[in-house]
Design a protein around this ligand. Sequence first.
Ligand code: SF4
Length: 305
Amino acid sequence: MFDLQEAAALLRSCRLCPRSCGVDRLAGERGVCGCGATVRVARAALHFWEEPCLSGEHGSGAVFFSGCSLHCCFCQNYQISTGLAGCDITTERLCDIFSELEAAGAENINLVTAGHYLPLVVFALQQARAKGMRLPVVYNSGGYERVETLRLLEGLVDIYLPDLKFHRAALSSRYAAAPDYFRVAAAAIAEMVRQVGKPQFDARGMLRRGVIVRHLALPGQGEDSRRILRYLAQRYDDAVYLSLMSQYTPLPHAAAYPELQRRLTAEEYSGLVDYAAELGIVNAYIQGEGAADAEFIPPFDNRGV
Ligand code: SF4
């Protein structure tokens, strides 16, 4: 068992994520993620917009953490990732939130962008398990994670839901100031697959264990998306599910990137779907028309916090 002092110690000279800032978050210093030494959450509620095997009939128990170490210029959750909307909470409160979501009928506990608080989240998860929380735990991540940090989750997380956003360094540099994104995220996904293995579903079709890799297709970046699809097909075959997302929505904070000021066309998306099929990818979720809508972004109103 990981105790709270050990968890907090990892925030001193913080190197939890690949930004490796080295700041002392216990002393009030802030790194790239903008986060202090207390967990900050903007929403904890049943969420129906994940893949069907995660949302199910009753909804995924999504906990949206404030802050992010990646800061993609087009972030759809900008209000919390950069704006840091939310409330500071104790690990005891976080543990209670997990139990409350279970009591509300959640299909799983869905930790959305929790990596910059990871030791504290691990502590809260351990407490929740000790108190009898039985739901599968989903770790929902931008993919920019250190393998050493992910190892803290071994045995606690059942389902990994990482993004694989960019292949070329030029793209990840321009949109997220992370030229090493692909190398880092590919290593992180390999660690996730090592921990939880191939996808396993229950009789209701709910995912109980495994990895779903999400790729949000960006307007005009079909070649980068094709590189990612090729990588996943060659490296993983049926060992992961692909979720190919078409819901990119241009938002005002990305105004400095004119090429991102439009939605994906139907032709761009269907071209990627066809290409995935040509590669032999059969374990995949694709999105229907109408997915590109800001309504997919939940209100970050501190509900359930
Ligand atoms: S978690 Fe935050 S402070 Fe720590 S290394 Fe990453 S960006 Fe820097």
